[in-house]
Design a protein around this ligand. Sequence first.
Ligand code: GUN
Ligand code: ZN
Length: 435
Amino acid sequence: MTQRLAVRADLLDFPEDPGWQVDAGAAVRFRADHWLLVEDGRITGAQPGDEPPGEGWACVDQRGRLVLPGFVDTHVHAPQLDVIASFGTELLEWLNTYTFPAERKYADAGEAERGSALFLDSLLACGTTAASVFPTVHKVSAEALFQAAGQRDMRVLTGKVLMDRHAPDGLRDDVEQAERDCTDLIERWHGKGRAAYSVTPRFAATSTREQLHMAGRLCATHPGLYLQTHVAENRAEVRWMAELFPEARSYLDIYVQHGLMTPRSVFAHGIWLDDTDREVLREAGASIAFCPSSNMFIGSGLFDWGKTEGQGVHVNLGSDVGGGTALSMLRTMADGYKVLALQGQKLTAWKALYSATHGAARHLRLSHEIGHFAPGTLADFVVWDWAQGPVARRRIEVARDLHERVFAWMTLGDERNVVSTWVAGRELYRRPDLA
Ligand code: GUN
Ligand code: ZN
């Protein structure tokens, strides 16, 4: 029997890229007080609040609240919940002091299972239903994450981290073993349910040329694989890459030379790229994950979204926990606004929210499945309170138009605004005070 669910609230989604203007026309679809209709886990339509769907529908009345597609976090590290908010270092020292020691624990399957469950449940509690995720170098850490995502039916792209040098004992693999582990994980998980495998060299410094070649070979021989890594995040890191790979024209070029530049490649950061790099990214249809919280917290620099997108490169948002200090994509957007403001650019609520939903879905080649409320897509959505607390309530109340209201929600909101999170039409999270 068909399962029918209808949720009544203000519906907001983005059929198209709204560009950079506040006046974005039909790219912004706001349907005040509507029923969102879901059948067998898929969106089938929407209708006005005063036209109830009738018999046979489970009706969830959330009038006065907001419903958006679940957010997509295009760059985040599951094991780094253990190092979020670590004091006083930039990237390379931060990795050695905090991150590498913490990631060693994920050699243990039990630790990886507990960590993956906490991580995915925390994403859901923040209103994030899909993500491109780094586990650790250990095969069991990827295994645990795939397993936990499968149990929740979440759209997760991940793969064992590749690192065969410049990492401490207990955190290095080697080319042959890594290839066997990747091949096995790809066979067992890629395309299974909502899982996809992402070839995951940590960054060029922690892989030998041989390992990067192996990663490129995997991408070339298995259709539909993703690729995730870091690029041009920090100035000392960029200098180190030039020493390690003197034959490369630039840091990004190292990845090009090893066959890692694909339409499904997601490069985190990209702060210190040049015009040629951006042209290469544009031609490939690859994307950058802009991680403003992390970029500020570990002092990496200001990413120029305007220039990057102006050159035709796809840009999405990432929390980059634990370099970033919050899993909440609303907090990530609020930080993104400030990073752009420091460069004289204005991040509208429309652009930010599009990027964390339909934009990311498009760039990850998943817009048939997630990111907007088109009929046929899976019902991954989140019910939000417009405001939490008297300050936000007042600000929302006095907002003069829709953008002002949504921008205040985006800027002042966080995980406390999440009422419930639904994946493929199933409620997987409800705020504890409402349970
Ligand atoms: N570069 C290589 N590894 C990492 C990581 O774990 N986090 C960040 N932000 N940058 C990296
Ligand atoms: Zn990262």
